[in-house]
Design a protein around this ligand. Structure first.
Ligand SMILES: [Zn+2]
Length: 404
């Protein structure tokens, strides 16, 4: 199917579904150069093959731009992710394509040393070439939008690495912003762009097969293009998109920070209790799931995100907690004055001997609020090194003008 038959549902038709199994002739879903100066807007749909919604939304974008042209600044390029998994309607064939973008693996992929026998290596080679071609012509002015959906129901939300440039776009959407998810997931494509100092935003638009999920993805695409100046902000369709997202997220927190990830291996026999939706509030000790060891209970109060209701995947669920916007304002000021220069004065904290952007913290000495302080100052928590906490300063995009 091409997705051409999916329409925005009328009121009362929220149960309308889209089908899995999207056969695409080309990875390129939309490619429009406006001929006016501006960044590269790189949109990816279907990184997971059971998430066709982003592909359908990108096809809608192509049709709308063809039918009713608007002045475009920069280039809009939308690509499909895992073509074979999309065709089969599964998350992946052999390996999760969104866990294959760590720098060390990509060196092997570029050199042709990444092996074979795993279908996703083929997809990664093609996608990496397409992405790096596009970036090469855009320089450092790139906005990346990664479109996903969830196996659970619930409101749409965005996920970002906490840079001021990412905030500048994500806070334009009237949906919750999730911070810190990418710190708990290794090798996601979002981090590939983040490490290079590009604006990089993930958008989870709803349950995989709901027609409204396509509507949310379409709205997110247009709001991103408007927020970053690719299309006019006063375009009436952009206002319609904002209303669409606002109606879907009423009453939810503005910002949630991830504090816990429940890792799942296939042999765990993990089964999430039915009925959880994204943003459901839970208390410490609440029963969330069962596995071969018995009950899986919530380790703290918070909100459930991305509960696993599909066979494939290693994230059982995440727990997050609301962050007040006040703290984001504080952190913006601290970053602007580069307060991180004082970090080496604190007990137990020193610079990484080889990486100037990185710090190491001895958890036995620097105990109170260490992670929180580094987050405020714009650092990402990385894998520990020899028992030390490891933090790396996030790279800001030069496109930070509208940041907050
Ligand atoms: Zn996904």
């Amino acid at each position: 199917m091409t997705g051409g038959s999916v329409q925005a549902p009328e009121a009362g038709e929220e149960q309308e579904r889209i089908a899995l199994g999207v056969d695409l002739e080309s990875r390129v879903l939309c490619d429009v150069d406006g001929g006016r100066p501006g960044p590269l807007f790189l949109i990816l749909g279907g990184m997971h093959g059971n998430e066709p919604s982003g592909v359908l939304a990108a096809q809608r974008l192509a049709r709308r731009l063809a039918d009713s042209p608007v002045p475009i600044h920069g280039r809009i390029l939308a690509l499909a992710g895992n073509l074979e998994a999309l065709r089969r309607g599964v998350r992946y064939v052999d390996r999760d394509l969104n866990r294959m973008w760590a720098a060390s693996e990509l060196d092997d992929a570029r050199a042709g040393r990444d092996g074979d026998g795993v279908h996703e290596l083929v997809e990664r080679r093609a996608l990496l070439a397409a992405v790096e071609d596009a970036i090469a012509s855009a320089g450092d002015r790139v906005v990346f939008l990664d479109l996903h959906s969830t196996s659970a129901d619930g409101a749409p939300f965005s996920l970002i690495g906490d840079t001021l440039a990412n905030r500048g776009i994500a806070f334009e959407y009237p949906v919750p912003v999730i911070l810190g998810l990418e710190e708990r997931v290794e090798g996601a494509l979002l981090e590939y762009f983040g490490e290079r100092g590009h604006i990089a935003i993930g958008f989870e638009a709803g349950e995989h097969t709901r027609a409204t999920t396509v509507d949310h993805h379409e709205a997110c695409i247009w709001m991103t293009l408007a927020a970053a100046g690719a299309v006019p902000k006063d375009d009436p369709f952009v206002a319609e998109c904002r209303d669409r997202l606002r109606a879907a997220t009423h009453g939810l927190p503005e910002v949630v920070e991830i504090r816990h990830r429940h890792h799942v291996d296939p042999e765990d026999a993990f089964v999430m209790l039915p009925g959880f939706e994204n943003f459901d509030a839970v208390s410490k000790g609440d029963l969330l799931a069962q596995d071969k060891e018995g009950d899986v209970r919530s380790p703290e109060d918070g909100r459930v995100l991305l509960p696993l209701y599909q066979g494939q995947g290693q994230d059982g669920f995440f727990l997050g907690r609301e962050v007040r916007r006040f703290w984001l304002g504080v952190s913006r000021v601290l970053r602007k004055v580069h307060l991180e220069v004082l970090l080496p004065l604190l007990p137990g904290i020193r610079r990484h001997p080889e990486r100037p952007r990185d710090f190491l913290a001895d958890p036995r000495v620097a105990r109170l609020w260490t992670v929180e302080v580094f987050h405020l100052l714009g650092f990402r928590k990385c894998r520990p090194i020899a028992g030390k906490l490891h933090f790396s300063r996030r790279v800001e995009s030069p496109l930070t003008a509208s940041s907050r």
